[in-house]
Design a protein around this ligand. Structure first.
Ligand code: VGL
Ligand code: ZN
Length: 208
């Protein structure tokens, strides 16, 4: 199928658990919300991702008697172990109250299978199982995407890299993201994104 002419905004994981007070709070995470609320009105297509784990999810340190932020090897690869977060149906998994949900046209939940994580909104951590987001965007005539949300160095960058990998033009909107930054992960994420031609975009370029 030909890639289309529309640009989509992908709003990644703006959920209570990733904001101050949440189980896996990203420093200054809620600062992205007023910016994203303004950005959404500038795009024809707006989708959001929602991290959505069962209570016994394999990415949780509690399932391995391990400390959060350590890593293990799983059949699909390297896995950072996280504090329990974004458990299906809990308050922490809900979108932040200040995020305007009305402009969001589709929501992709990810990480819902017990045995596999999914930072990317396009593809699970085995790098094979797709979520359907690429097909959705193609059917809606999208050719390029702008990515924003939480966290820059995990779900935002993995989503942006996969978007590029399946052939979209991709920008990441810097001021509309915040990072976890574990051991240089933020610098590494920007290096990887820039090496595959992902644009680092400023809100000033969009909100003129
Ligand atoms: C995320 C760690 C675990 C994210 C999700 O949204 O960046 N990070 N699950
Ligand atoms: Zn998660």
């Amino acid at each position: 199928m030909m890639f289309g002419s529309k640009t989509a905004l992908i709003v990644v994981d703006v959920q209570k658990d990733f904001c101050p007070g949440g189980a896996l709070a990203v420093a200054d995470g809620s600062a992205v919300i007023p910016v994203i609320n303004r950005l959404m009105g500038r795009f024809e297509v707006v989708v959001a991702t929602q991290d959505w784990h069962p209570a016994d999810h394999i990415s949780f340190a509690s399932q391995h008697a391990a400390k959060p932020f350590t890593t293990i090897e799983l059949p699909y690869g390297h896995q950072v172990l996280w504090p329990d977060h974004c458990i299906q149906g809990t308050t922490g998994a809900a979108f932040h109250d200040e995020l305007d949900l009305n402009p969001i046209q589709a929501i992709i939940r990810k990480g819902w299978g017990r045995g596999i994580d999914s930072y990317s909104g396009f593809r699970e951590a085995d790098r094979l199982t797709t979520t359907g987001l690429a097909g959705y965007l193609r059917e809606r005539n999208v050719g390029s995407v702008a990515v924003c949300g939480l966290a820059t160095d995990f779900c935002v960058s993995w989503t942006a890299l996969d978007a590029r990998d399946v052939g979209f033009d991709v920008a990441v909107i810097d001021e509309a993201c915040r990072a976890i930054d574990l051991e240089g992960s933020l610098t590494h994420a920007w290096d990887r994104m820039q090496s595959v031609g992902i644009q680092r975009q400023s809100i000033a370029d969009i909100l003129v």
